[in-house]
Design a protein around this ligand. Structure first.
Ligand SMILES: Nc1ncnc2c1ncn2[C@@H]1O[C@H](COP(=O)(O)OP(=O)(O)OP(=O)(O)O)[C@@H](O)[C@H]1O
Length: 817
């Protein structure tokens, strides 16, 4: 169809011609709609889809008017905008679902059946929901966020691109799939395009953005897009915001982005980007967030030319060498360079700048030298420098070595000099020995930071544990909201231990354990920011988590103000975060730690709804001191503790079991405590699937709307969780392996193949070690993944990989097998 040509029949004008023309049009449109339907069906649900498609033909013939089925290539009038929206509504209803019925009012209205999405009455806007209009009453903006739409984006684009005046399109927080369609390139009026937090995948095609030359804001974050960032984005001269974070993008950040002179905010974190940071001379750039990538090399001096920069996050990369002075960045407020490989001293000029920062984190590097005394203030404290073993200084409570004075002594020369040197060496060595003795935990505790608070401090923080600060109560503690003097919000967990209940030595041991917990830092763990272990009070001061616990999300109470959406993406992301936290505790942290009490109430959500794990090591610290219920009682009542925990101390494999139960619960929304006595959640899942041969019967009803698109991933995650909950701890994988499996499942296409197939042979063979020949009773084990070939039988019954291995879902596995 040629651009600009409209095939639109005016009913009034052509009523007599309608029969032949309209029937032809209806036929053609039905064929194209069925084509779309076929394109939409995926490999596992085509039968179902096609069945529905044939009944759909009858339905559409009955319902659709000729006008509604006709397509407009580029709208010229408000009425045509309306027609296109009605067409879009049909597509949404048929393919995407509209659980909130947002489009129900998108229809001809009044006696005259007027199609007017921009209706105004007595100066009041009565626009169709989700629609905003320009001053001259044309459709200018579509905002359909967070509405549970679940379909291919390509199905919506034909209508959207027809709206010739559409400037703002926001379809974020739905479940849209497929690549960003090339057809979108013809929506040339677009100024903002927000497709954040969907399930888009495929390569980012450069030509699309070359054409969308009016874009000021592009947000495609939190999807699964692949390939590299298109250099063609450099042609978008009006671009102010670019967010491509949380995808699977690789390659280098294109230097061409420096041509977008209006760039104000660039967010590229959580990808697999490599190379350096090429940004320079972007005088409007205030926000650059490139954390959690594979970037490397030195941080360039050209960063100094980003004069407006306020926020710079380059954490969790592999930047090495020199710490930049950031001398030119007079507006900088937030700086995160943590978890890199920076090895130089921190330049003096930086400490001047530091006074103005409101947040600093340079922990987990190998920075050197003395940190001069500075005024600690909100967000910039000695904790900002954690895990840099070669940093020293009074503020860090760590004496610097006398290297300097030794050099001076050497320069004096002569016999006296030698004598002095010998003396100094003696002093130095004895000091080292003393240090090593006095801080036995220095290998485990990353930096010596004051976490120990007095009971007066804790009482003040919580306003004397006032009722309005009460958050909740557990079996061993009550939790209160609190605030540090600098305004940082905290949660104070006051343990229910009465004065005299603990011996003095037990109290010292507990304080030591709390001190160690306070130095364990990882982005997926709730920070322990202080503790109190005085005779009259035992308390932990923790980072405040404003979005509640996993239990609150899974089972919101009736009076919950906002019942937060907790969809499949949230759940798999939460599982991955918890696995990352456990991996850190078990294998990466200087003091390997067993969580020992992993359960939904210990998984919390921060402002960004990211899962964080709390209470790690607390159960063990308490039980080692004879406090709390015995493990055997907890193991038999909680449903989260591994069966062997009743007989032996908690182990990392015990944590893996608890993790598996939590994942099974997230999939089924069935709490282990809700089961009949003696039954475990894995048993219930296995029995139910054996009886019904279908995933549906164990699935949380809230996830049903996502089943069609996610069933393979759901089944694979279920398989991993069953593996974690094996009775024999030896048969459970380590959390490192589980994490790799979950990440592969997340990046996996619905057809079972893996984009960019990065399966590691070593991992595969280690996972094969977990495979056993016996089958989980009753689970219909089908070849996995289902063959993607055209002759493969379409199945409705879900097959479940009870013993998944990585090779089960890597593309090359089928060939190798
Ligand atoms: N860091 C935090 N931020 C916000 N709320 C918190 C925080 N820690 C705990 N809470 C809230 O306080 C409640 C009580 O927590 P607590 O750790 O005392 O018990 P629990 O984990 O729920 O149960 P149990 O004592 O049986 O392990 C939690 O359910 C949670 O809602």
């Amino acid at each position: 169809m040629m651009r600009g040509r409209i095939i639109l029949i005016s009913r009034a004008k052509r009523r007599k011609e309608v029969p032949r023309f309209v029937f032809a049009s209806i036929f053609l449109n039905l064929v194209s709609l069925i084509d779309l339907r076929v394109a939409a069906c995926n490999s596992t649900s085509c039968d179902e889809t096609m069945g529905a498609a044939s009944s759909f033909v009858g339905l559409r013939v009955e319902q659709a008017t000729a006008r509604r089925l006709l397509a407009v290539d580029s709208t010229q009038t408000l009425r045509q905008d309306g027609d296109v929206l009605i067409q879009l509504k049909d597509t949404i209803k048929i393919y995407c679902g509209d659980p909130n019925n947002i489009t129900s009012m998108w229809k001809p209205q009044g006696k005259r059946q007027a199609v007017n999405p921009c209706k105004e009455k007595n100066g009041t806007k009565q626009y169709w929901r989700g629609i905003d209009c320009s001053a001259d009453l044309r459709v200018e903006s579509i905002n359909l966020t967070n509405l549970g739409f679940s379909c291919k984006l390509s199905l919506l684009v034909p209508s959207l691109r027809s709206l010739s005046r559409l400037k703002h399109l926001d379809l974020s927080n739905n479940s849209l799939t497929g690549p960003i369609p090339l057809e979108l390139a013809s929506a040339t009026a677009l100024e903002t395009l927000h497709l954040r937090s969907n399930r888009l995948d495929g390569q980012v095609v450069p030509t699309i953005f070359r054409a969308l030359s009016n874009l000021t804001s592009l947000d495609v974050g939190n999807n699964s897009l692949q390939g590299s960032i298109p250099p063609s984005l450099g042609g978008l001269q009006f671009l102010e915001t670019l967010d491509m974070s949380g995808n699977n993008l690789t390659g280098q950040i294109p230097v061409e982005l420096n041509s977008c002179k209006r760039l104000n905010k660039v967010v590229l974190s959580r990808n697999g980007l490599q190379g350096g940071v090429p940004f320079k001379s972007l005088s409007n750039l205030t926000f650059l967030d490139v954390g959690k990538n594979d970037l490397s090399g030195e941080l360039p001096t050209s960063l100094d030319s980003l004069l407006a920069l306020q926020t710079f996050d380059a954490s969790h990369n592999a930047f090495e060498g020199r710490f930049p002075s950031f001398a030119g960045l007079k507006n900088l407020l937030y700086l995160d360079l943590s978890t890199n490989k920076l090895t130089s001293p921190i330049p003096r000029e930086f400490y001047d700048l530091m006074r103005h920062l409101s947040f600093l984190n340079v922990s987990d590097n190998d920075l050197r030298g003395e940190v001069p005394p500075f005024d600690e203030h909100r967000g910039v404290t000695s904790r900002s420098f954690l895990n840099n073993p070669h940093l020293c200084g009074k503020t860090l409570n760590k004496k610097c070595s006398t290297e300097k004075s030794m050099l001076v002594a050497i320069s004096v020369g002569g016999t006296v000099g030698c004598l002095v040197m010998v003396l100094l060496m003696y002093v130095c060595c004895s000091r080292c020995l003393r240090n090593a003795k006095s801080s036995k935990s220095s290998a485990t505790v990353s930096a010596e930071v004051e976490l120990n608070l007095s009971s007066e401090d804790v009482t003040r923080i919580t306003q004397n544990f006032s009722e309005q600060n009460y958050i909740g109560i557990g079996s061993m503690s009550t939790v209160y909201r609190g605030q540090f003097l600098d305004g940082t919000a905290v949660a104070v967990k006051r343990l229910t231990i009465r004065r005299g209940e603990m011996s003095e030595s037990a109290q010292t041991v507990l304080a030591d354990r709390f001190e160690i917990l306070g130095h364990i830092r990882h982005s997926t763990l709730v920070k322990v920011m202080g503790y109190c272990c005085s005779p009259d009070m035992k308390a932990l001061v923790m980072e405040y988590m404003p979005n509640g616990t996993l239990s609150n999300l899974m089972y919101p109470s009736g009076d919950a103000e906002v019942v937060k959406e907790f969809n499949w993406t949230h759940r798999i992301n939460a599982a991955i975060s918890v696995a990352e936290g456990l991996k850190y505790l078990h294998h990466d942290c200087p003091t390997p730690t067993v969580h020992g009490d992993l359960k939904p109430s210990n998984i919390m959500f921060n402002t960004f709804m990211e899962a964080r794990m709390s209470d790690f090591g607390v159960a063990k610290a308490l039980s080692d001191n004879g406090i709390g219920p015995s493990a055997s009682i907890v193991a038999t009542t909680s449903g989260y503790l591994a069966p062997e925990s009743a007989r032996q101390a908690c182990t990392i494999k015990g944590d893996v079991y608890s993790f598996g139960i939590i994942v099974l619960e997230m999939i089924s929304s069935r709490s282990p405590q809700s089961l009949e006595a003696g039954q475990t959640l894995p048993q219930w899942i296995r029995d139910t699937i054996q009886r019904n041969k279908s995933l549906k019967h164990v699935l949380d009803p809230i996830l049903m709307s996502e089943l069609r698109l996610q069933q393979q991933r759901m089944a694979m995650v279920l398989g991993v969780a069953l593996l974690c909950t094996r009775e024999d701890p030896k048969e459970r994988p380590y959390i490192t392996e589980i994490l790799k499996m979950l990440n592969h499942i997340k990046a996996n296409r619905q057809d079972g193949s893996l984009r960019g197939s990065r399966g590691s042979r070593r991992l595969r063979s280690s996972l094969r070690n977990h495979q056993r020949n016996e089958e989980v009773p009753g689970i219909n084990v089908q070849p996995w993944p289902p063959s993607a070939g055209p002759s493969a039988p379409r199945r409705h019954v879900m097959s479940l990989p009870h013993n998944p291995t990585l090779s089960d879902w890597t593309q090359d596995s089928a060939e190798n097998r």
